[in-house]
Design a protein around this ligand. Sequence first.
Ligand code: ADP
Length: 249
Amino acid sequence: APRGTVALSARGLTKDFRGFRAVKEVDLDVAEGEVHALVGPNGAGKTTLFNLLTGFIKPTAGTITVHGTDITGKLPEQIAHEGVARSFQITSLFDNLTPREHLELALQGMAGGGMRFWRSDRTLLRYRGRADELVEQVGLTALADRPAGELAYGQKRALEMALVLALDPKVMLLDEPTAGMGREDVERTIELVRRIAAGRTVVFVDHNMHVVGSLAHHVTVLMAGEVLARGTYERVRTDPRVISAYLGE
Ligand code: ADP
C-alpha cells in the first residue's frame, strides 16, 4: 500500500439532518495513490460522507482537506477545481449522444469552464484524440459511435467512469461502481478500476466484499455514522465488531 503524502483528509466530520446525526466525528486519511473503500451496513452514513467530501452537502462540524488545502464548506465546482471528481450511482447520460460525443463535450466543457450544449465541429476535433484514449481506457472503442441509449448497463457505467477520468482528477470518488452488475461486469469493473487507479487516489463505496478485497489498500467501516474499524481488508474482515455489524444487517 502507498505511503507518504495525505491526499484527502477529514477531521471530526459531522452531519446532522434535523437533529439526526448521520455522520459523527469521522476522521479519515487517504494517502496519495491509495485505493480506499468505504463500507458499512445500509444507513451507516456512506452516501452522506461521500456527499460531504464532494461538497454536495455542508458539514455541521469538522474539516476536510485535499492535498493540504482546506475545502470545508466549498461548493462542488470549487472542490472539483481542487482535483476531486466523483461518479454517481444514477446514470446521467444522454441517450442520443455517443460515448465519443459525451467525452468530447466533457473535455470541451472543462476547457471552457462549464458543460456546453452547442458544438462547433472544429472545436470538438481538438478533443477527439483524448476522447478516443478515454474510450479505449474503459474498453468501449467498438461502441464509441453508438448512441449511449443502446449500451448495456455495464457499458454505461464504464462510460460514466470515462467521464470522471476526463476531468483528470487527483482524487476520484466512485459511488458503488459495481452496483447492480452481474458477475462478468463486476470482474470487468475491478480490472478497469485497477487500471485507472494506477497513480491516482481513489475512494469508493461498494457492497460487494469481493470488489473491496480485490481493490482496496485500506478500508474504513462505518456503522451508525461512526468509524467502527479501519485497516487493511484482511484486518477489518476478521474484526469481530465488523462481523457482528454485518450479521445484524
Ligand atoms: P448509507 O449510504 O451508508 O446507506 P446514508 O448516508 O444514505 O447511509 O444515510 C445515513 C443515515 O442518514 C440514514 O439513517 C438516513 O436515513 C439518514 N439520511 C440521509 N440523508 C438524509 C436526509 N437528507 N435527511 C434526513 N436523513 C437523512
